[in-house]
Design a protein around this ligand. Sequence first.
Ligand SMILES: Nc1ncnc2c1ncn2[C@@H]1O[C@H](COP(=O)(O)OP(=O)(O)OP(=O)(O)O)[C@@H](O)[C@H]1O
Ligand SMILES: [Mg+2]
Length: 264
Amino acid sequence: MLKLQDISVTFNEGTPDEKKALKNIQLELKQGEFVTVIGSNGAGKSTLMNIISGVLVPDVGDVYIADKQVVHLPEYKRSKYIGRVFQDPMAGTAPSMTIEENLAMAYSRNKKRKLKLGVTKQRKKLFKEYLETLNLGLENRLTAKVGLLSGGERQALSLLMSTFTEPNILLLDEHTAALDPSRAELITNLTDQIVKDSGLTTLMITHNMQQALDLGSRLIMMDKGQIIFDVSGKEKEKLTVEDLMREFQRIRGEQFGSDRAILS
Ligand SMILES: Nc1ncnc2c1ncn2[C@@H]1O[C@H](COP(=O)(O)OP(=O)(O)OP(=O)(O)O)[C@@H](O)[C@H]1O
Ligand SMILES: [Mg+2]
């Protein structure tokens, strides 16, 4: 469903601020795979998502979505393939519009539907049904302005809207990080439910290692612009947070060792 081939990204090339954010990334995701992504600050996780969604064009490398080369497609042309939820609850929705208007906008974006805006009676019913699945009572607040919703309610709505377009890939960039623990847990459970029900191919960045272990079928760890660990299936199920920490130390330690060997 997704293939990244030899992706490299350098910011501010040739200046003292030069930063190699991604180094020769190879990544293939099968249809329906749910991958959690962990890694320290600045590891390149968000940059990876920006490459997939077309916010950034890599210096070199190819991006394939469902076997279609999209590396030169701008973000707006890729949006029908991609659903995305950001860390900031303000980012995914239009605050001055009502819940039903936001939903109508997302709904009309579906590649298979004719572009038709507005909230019809039939759609109202449909939106209510969708909102009921969130269990937040939002189905009774269709005409409330989204700007009045709490962060958690907004993220739930963003999540729902991001799947409306029936995208090929769902990208979640720390979408629970700005919420309090109980709201974060609610959105986490909702994510699990939505991804399982829809069978969407999903990449989810999280700083919570336990969450990265609990969710999904595969886990990748990034560091300094590289994927340094990639585990799935039964092997992933067995892992603990301690294992992950140890793995990180082992890989980085070895790398440090070999760098030193080359230098000496
Ligand atoms: N537009 C940009 N211009 C210059 N440097 C950038 C830009 N975007 C990202 N970087 C740099 O590239 C590196 C990777 O950034 P990225 O945002 O991908 O990290 P991240 O893994 O998402 O980190 P975090 O966990 O803090 O969100 C960082 O050093 C960052 O400062
Ligand atoms: Mg980030």
